[in-house]
Ligand binder design. Structure first.
Ligand code: APR
Length: 367
């Protein structure tokens, strides 16, 4: 019972059901729809005509015909129109309705392409995150005995398609790093069980943020299992003073100043014996931006600027946590980009180019 990223051509997979990113008329099209129709053969087209179309966010079942998969689940994703037209709700619904249909038909293995992420224009990172979150949520909620695969195709194309063996498993020997990162995501992704409210309607469900920003470290709300990874425990200095603190006039010492982001960068540079050019080059940061950071003790960086600096300084996971924390950030266990970055940092991959390469491998926006 898990959700795993794999890469390649969905039409070649030997699973109980593959999901098709179809149109409302189920008449076949381009993209994955075209590939599925071409591989399944003309009988699929004839069968789809009998299904009476499919509403956006809904799902319909057909046999797999000439495909290795037993069934095809046809779902219709929303066309991206800027985000204010219930796109997220409808996309979530595609995954939920497809998984329900798979469950009702005793499917134990189901593979999804990234619905709406192609011709329908849904922003790729969000489409990926929604796919992963929704499938995880479904498995957590239903406890279904089902393996779900999210098949990434973008950017991989021919390079990997030929590596897939129709009859074999999902082993892709030339994509070992991808698989290791996918495994890391699977093991470390945090699904916030408190988010599950079975009686809530999809509309209410989808009005919530896609993911909860569960941090790898930091404050008291962190689940216990999160702490073993990036295990820096920040001291809650302001909370452990005596109860009378509010009855006395505040003194300067009652409000110790934390080391700022800039001060911490300078300290790490000193400790690691790195000069400015080495750091900004390794962090792929503009020299002017870097000197702006160093010259303003209260500089507030953007999150991924801080991450790049952590990479440029070759910080350990714990040091990375501290630096991000100083800027008010943390890597989230429920955000795919952050999980990829955490994988890289904890596996000694601190070259920004390499990290970006791995993000690109997943089709995620680079930092
Ligand atoms: N295997 C896996 N994934 C694939 C494959 C394949 N063979 N071919 C394409 N993809 C990926 C794309 O790279 C993209 O990430 O599937 C994702 C969805 O892209 P589209 O197929 O364009 O689907 P969508 O954005 O939902 O648009 C659906 O396009 O083909 C028409 O009839 C279809 O009108 C419908 C619309």
């Amino acid at each position: 019972m898990s959700v795993t990223f794999i890469r390649g051509d969905i039409t070649t997979l030997q699973v109980d059901a593959i999901v098709n990113a179809a149109n409302n008329e189920l008449r076949g099209g381009g993209g994955v729809d075209g590939a599925i129709h071409a591989a399944a053969g003309p009988e699929l087209h004839a069968f789809c005509k009998t299904l009476g179309g499919c509403p956006t966010g809904g799902a319909k079942l057909s046999p797999g015909f000439n495909l290795p998969a037993k069934y095809i689940i046809h779902t219709v994703g929303p066309v991206w129109r800027g985000g204010n037209f219930h796109e997220k709700m409808l996309l979530t619904s595609c995954y939920l309705r497809s998984l329900e249909l798979a469950l009702r038909n005793n499917c134990k293995t189901v593979a999804f392409p990234l619905i709406s992420a192609g011709a329908y224009g849904y922003p790729y990172d969000d489409a990926l995150q929604i796919a992963y979150d929704t499938c995880q949520r479904f498995l957590n909620e239903t406890k279904a005995d089902m393996e779900v695969y999210i098949v990434l195709y973008q950017g991989t194309g021919e390079r990997y398609v030929h590596a897939l063996n129709r009859t074999a498993s999902f082993e892709l020997p030339d994509a070992a790093t991808f698989q290791r990162v996918a495994e890391y995501i699977r093991n470390h992704y945090h699904f916030d069980a408190e988010d599950i409210t079975p009686d809530v309607s999809i509309a209410e469900e989808c009005a919530r943020p896609v993911k909860s920003e569960t941090r790898f470290q930091a404050s008291g709300s962190v689940p216990q299992e999160s702490k073993s990874l990036f295990s820096f425990n920040s001291k809650t200095r302001y909370m452990e003073t005596d109860r009378d603190i509010f009855s006395k006039p505040p003194r300067k010492e009652d409000f110790p100043t934390e080391e700022t982001f800039t001060q911490m960068v300078i300290r790490f540079m000193r400790e690691k014996k790195k000069d400015a050019p080495e750091v900004y080059n390794c962090a792929c940061l503009d020299r002017k931006l870097f000197s702006k950071i160093l010259s303003n003790v209260h500089y507030q960086p953007k999150k991924y600027t801080a991450v790049r600096l952590a990479l440029g300084l070759k910080l350990s996971p714990q040091e990375t946590d501290k630096l991000l924390n100083a800027a008010g950030f943390a890597l989230s266990r429920s955000k795919l980009t952050d999980l990829v970055i955490a994988y890289c940092i904890s596996h000694n991959k601190r070259d920004v180019w390499e990290v970006n390469g791995i993000l690109e491998d997943f089709g995620l926006t680079t930092i």
